[in-house]
Design a protein. Structure first.
Lengths: 334, 339
């Protein structure tokens, strides 16, 4: 197993190298010049040239790319052209915010989605099945910005029970350590703040969870339907086992593998930052961070931001692959 | 033999499937009983209702679309068709256990043999400790002739051969000392040498544990080797019933005769193998007359218009054929004279 993980990590190198190259070339193909953006429309030609030289943008692309790679090897993700701060310092705050929100959203999606799928398959063609599957269809096809606005309107404005933007109360800010506020407030014993942190998570979390929840529910249902017809499920029933355990022990474990694949992909997508949700709910996440960097032609932030997100994506899939072999003894990697 | 008590009695069982094409009775008015400690065979070709009969007894007919629409299944003084789901769960695996045709897929691939065996015990023996259940499981594995049973407890089904898996299935079925074991084509998916071993094992366990076995098969060879009595089914009905030696020597129903003639005989090499002409009618397609009439070489007018009853042709032999309608009277007279 460790062998396999090691091999997979080695395979990461060419994947990430290829990625850096593609991203590097694409952002330079977008029209617009960082120096121009930084100095504004009125800047003189000579000032722009001087800034380009200072930022190293006057070098040929291969020199720039080489410098960038050398930096990466030393663990240097570069400096933001806009704030002049190292990207590695900056990105962590945004990543932590995204991580917290994504984890919250994917947990909702898994708990609700998997159970809805199981119950739909168990009571196939019942009113629950029909309702759940119609809702799932609505869920996958609903535009997320519209859903976000509706949630804000209903729960934030009409009912006034949940905050609509941000991660914390402005007048009672969380003292950040890890920047994962749930963790921070627990470590500091600030349980009053933990409550407000959760309240802030609910609406963006729901908006973000909707699509993965619907996909997971449909996937679980179809996977369960197949497994429920299998011989070993009949054997379990013939033993006199309760239907609940037949479903949740014997059937679910067999049905969960394709669902895990979907969960991994969705989790990767969420961690990549959900620009729409983060924008609507004023969530300072990595999606918005990269989006703003693109507007400012902040090359190092775009390059390194996407690199980090890709790295996380690949790592999640590795974790999922390892999980497969823990669930199914027939899956062996070595 | 007839002195033995009947422990499982199926009376007038009718199980139907509710499909888009209407209600189709897969088994129709089935009567038979399993006696204490005997091996009763049910034979018939695919689709004749053998498996539906066994699933009906277990209360495992896939529903929807299937449903028991008539009759009763008596186990002791309980009618299994009237039990609640909870009461039925206490019967399954505990009083009546079942093994299936496909040993390759009948065990859950993601749980160890030990886990699945102990589960079967702990469902019914709620006051047993895990340790006791484990010991019992190992003992059962030894009983069904599996070597190194301790290590086997930690193995997963995919590490075992088909024959070994079927032995595990048998161990699992017998772990709670059921009164009746239903074996639905237990050897069909196995190769011939393993088949013989499994049958010998079942016969042996039947004698040692005195568990009655209801053996469902399409293979007359298996019946001849293992069973004491046999029920022959055709198109959802019982067409003949009696002790194995009598049925094999003196089959009465034309279908049973045809079946026996279709068994290849090593003594006559160059003969073309006999086969019954025609096909099994689709369930529910025959509304009147004998269901076998269209394929029967002895059929006469009455066979096409009237449905024959199951006639008692001797004290142990029953046949659903008009040819034996008069013999029933004779048999009846004989018993009168004898008494």
């Amino acid at each position: 197993m460790l062998h396999y993980i090691g091999r997979r990590l080695l395979q990461l190198i060419p994947v990430l190298l290829g990625m850096t190259f593609v991203v590097f070339m694409i952002i330079r193909a977008i029209p617009g010049d960082p120096a121009q953006v930084i100095l504004g429309q009125q800047a003189s030609e000579s000032a722009i040239l001087a800034l380009r030289t200072k930022l190293g943008l006057d070098n040929p692309w291969y020199i720039q790319y080489f410098d960038y790679l050398m930096g990466l090897l030393k663990g240097d993700l570069g400096e933001s052209l806009r704030t002049m701060n190292p990207v590695s310092n900056e990105i962590w705050t945004y990543l932590a915010a995204t991580f917290e929100l994504s984890l919250f959203a994917i947990l909702i999606a898994i708990i609700v989605g998997v159970n809805a799928g199981i119950i739909s398959a168990w009571f196939q063609n019942s009113w629950f099945d029909y309702t759940a599957m119609i809702l799932a269809l609505v869920g996958v096809s609903m535009p997320i910005f519209w859903l976000g606005l509706m949630l804000q309107y209903i729960f934030g404005i009409e009912l006034g029970i949940l905050p609509t933007t941000g991660r914390e109360e402005v007048r009672n800010p969380v003292e950040s350590m890890t920047n994962i506020y749930v963790l921070d407030t627990i470590m500091q014993g600030r349980f009053d703040q933990l409550g407000t942190v959760f309240k802030h998570l609910v609406l963006p979390g729901l908006a973000l969870a909707t699509i993965p929840m619907a996909i997971i529910a449909r996937m679980t249902r179809s996977s369960m339907l197949e497994v429920m017809r299998s011989d070993y499920v009949r054997t379990a029933r013939a033993k006199g086992q309760k239907m609940f355990w037949v479903v949740y022990k014997h059937a679910l474990k067999n049905a969960i593998i394709p669902v895990l694949t979907i969960i991994g992909l969705q989790m990767g997508l969420l961690l990549g930052g959900a620009i729409l949700t983060e924008t609507i709910f004023g969530w300072p996440g990595v999606g918005r961070y990269i989006y703003e960097a693109i507007n400012f032609r902040d090359y190092p932030v775009i390059q390194s931001g996407i690199l980090v997100v890709a790295f996380i994506f690949v790592m999640i899939n590795l974790v999922i692959d390892v999980l497969y072999s823990l669930i199914d003894p027939r899956i062996k990697y070595d | 033999m007839s002195a033995r008590k009947a422990i499982l009695q199926v009376k007038g069982l009718q199980t139907s499937f509710f499909t888009d094409d209407g209600v189709i009775p897969a088994v129709d008015n089935i009567d038979f009983s399993v006696h204490e400690g005997e091996v009763l065979g049910i034979v018939g070709e695919s689709g004749c209702g053998k498996s539906v009969t066994s699933l009906s007894i277990m209360g495992l007919v896939p529903s929807p679309p299937g449903k028991i629409t008539g009759g009763e299944i008596l186990f002791g003084d309980k009618d299994l068709t009237k039990l609640s789901d909870k009461e039925m769960r206490k019967v399954r695996g505990n009083d009546v256990a079942m093994i299936f045709q496909e040993p390759m897929t009948s065990l859950n691939p993601l749980f160890t043999i030990g886990n699945q065996l102990m589960e079967a015990i702990l469902i019914h023996k709620k006051d047993w400790s895990k340790k006791k259940a484990r010991e019992r499981a190992i003992e059962m594995l030894k009983l069904v002739g599996l070597p190194r049973s301790e290590e086997l407890m930690k193995d997963y089904p995919h590490q075992l051969s088909g024959g070994m898996r079927q032995r595990v299935m048998i161990a699992m079925a017998l772990v709670c000392d059921p009164k009746v074991l239903i074996a639905d084509e237990p050897t069909t998916a196995l190769d011939v040498t393993i088949q013989a071993q499994i049958l010998a094992l079942m016969k042996d366990l039947n004698e040692r544990l005195n568990t009655a076995v209801l053996l469902i098969t399409h293979d007359l060879g298996v019946v001849a080797e293992t069973c004491e009595r046999v029920v022959v089914m055709y198109a959802g009905q019982i067409v003949e019933e009696g002790p194995v030696p009598i049925i094999f020597k003196d089959p009465q129903h034309p279908y049973t005769k045809g079946l026996l003639q279709s068994v290849p005989d090593m003594r006559f090499k160059k003969q073309r193998l006999y086969s019954i002409p025609g096909n099994v009618p689709k369930p529910g397609s025959i509304s009147k007359g004998c269901r076998f009439a269209a394929r029967c070489e002895f059929a006469f007018d009455k066979c096409l218009t009237e449905n024959p009853d199951l006639y008692q042709t001797s004290s142990v032999h029953k046949t659903r054929c008009f040819l034996y309608q008069n013999q029933e009277v004779l048999a009846h007279d004989r018993t009168l004279i004898e008494s």
